[in-house]
Design a binder for this molecule. Sequence first.
Ligand code: ADP
Length: 201
Amino acid sequence: MSRHLVFLGPPASGKGTQGRRLAEEKGLAYLSTGALLRSALRDDTELGKKARPFLERGEFVPDEIMVPMVLEWTAAQSDGWLLDGFPRTVPQAEALDADLDHEPQAIILHVPDDELRRRVSSRLECVDCHRVARDGEVETCPKCQGVLAPRADDGSANFENRLEAYRRLVIPTVTYYCDRWRARIVNGTGSPDTVYARVLG
Ligand code: ADP
């Protein structure tokens, strides 16, 4: 398996759950652009101020903001990395390819829309470390004991916007990786362990 991986998939497809686990087990640096943006919003940083209107509407943050931020992070890594939620658009994928000697491999999680809607209605996230949990399963974050709360952007109108943005902007990026024989589409339904076994396979 390549040591430069990108995870693509619709909202609530399990990119964070699978990506974090794979990165931990393979010793890869891990970046979730969504988690990074939510922290920036919470701390009201310059990035947070710029990103807030887009996140509140369920729209993508513009490439001009995302691309330099992520390329700065990848440049600072001395070994392998795994990106969760980047690239989303074709220009983001092109920028990542143009900047690197190595060509990242894409893992695409496929989950039907109805299953995504079901998942998002019960998803919680740790406000500190951004680990995902399911409502009713645990009281506090299993990793850092932080407070678990629903994501502000998981309301149904926002979620439908993100699903629409996925179809319009991310599916062409999936095609970009398929055309270059650098994509693996993984069935993302079933338990986290079942999906993880498929990711490794
Ligand atoms: P989900 O996949 O459930 O939408 P993420 O945590 O991956 O959750 O992303 C949350 C939000 O952060 C996205 O809806 C989008 O507004 C923003 N975002 C994350 N990554 C990117 C990116 N690469 N380009 C543009 N916007 C992004």
